[in-house]
Design a protein around this ligand. Structure first.
Ligand code: MLT
Length: 201
């Protein structure tokens, strides 16, 4: 996968893996990682799928209607890539936190739905429920931050509540932070995520 990697400047900090939103690149979320954990190694991915020239992490059939076969395939692809990158760059695969926005948050949620112990923590900005009717693995108190919008036209508050419920039932420790700026990722939301990260991870 196209990606960039920045070495840690402080040992033992979790490696941050970044997943952009539709039409983004591996550079988009770099400022977030600086705010969250400046000394961490950063692995930032670019989605392998193109939708009218816009990078994404999996195909969709329409707004909010996911191509489930492709989503499962791409989830496994990212999972393998993380294992390979840990070997290649020498970071601790067991000490990885993922940060994603929108489509990037959805692929992270799908990773968490599929694989036990895949992440130490997840920061999801405006995620949806990636797949319905799945048995989730035991999440063993994994800290999860969800940034949501009371008026988000893409990720409805009801779906945010449902995602929180599914993750909590699987054992995750979920915090939801609400904003009123639709689907946008705003500075106050990013600051709330960073404050949460400093307290919980
Ligand atoms: C998705 O397709 O993952 C969601 O609809 C969010 C988006 O990327 O617009």
């Amino acid at each position: 996968m196209i990606h960039l990697y920045q070495q840690a400047t402080e040992a033992d900090r979790p490696t941050l893996v970044l997943f952009h939103g539709t039409g983004g690149t591996e550079r988009d979320l770099l400022p977030l990682s600086q705010l969250m954990s400046p000394g961490s190694a950063v692995l930032s991915l670019r989605g392998n799928v193109l939708e009218n020239g816009m990078p994404r992490f999996f195909r969709r059939l329409g707004q909010g209607v996911f191509d489930e076969v492709d989503l499962v395939h791409r989830t496994k692809e990212v999972h393998k890539f993380l294992d390979k990158a840990a070997e290649q760059y020498g970071f601790d695969r067991a000490n990885v936190a993922a940060v994603g926005y929108s489509n990037g948050a959805n692929i992270i949620a799908s990773l968490v739905f599929h694989f036990p112990n895949v992440l130490r923590a997840a920061i999801l900005h405006h995620p949806m429920v990636p797949l319905w009717g799945r048995q989730l693995p035991n999440l063993f108190s994994m800290p999860v931050f969800i940034g949501a919008g009371t008026n988000d036209p893409i990720c409805s508050p009801a779906e945010t509540d449902e995602l929180k419920k599914l993750l909590t039932q699987a054992g995750a420790a979920v915090t939801v932070h609400w904003e009123q700026h639709g689907h946008q990722l705003t500075r106050p939301e990013v600051e709330a995520a960073a404050a949460w990260y400093h307290a919980e991870v």
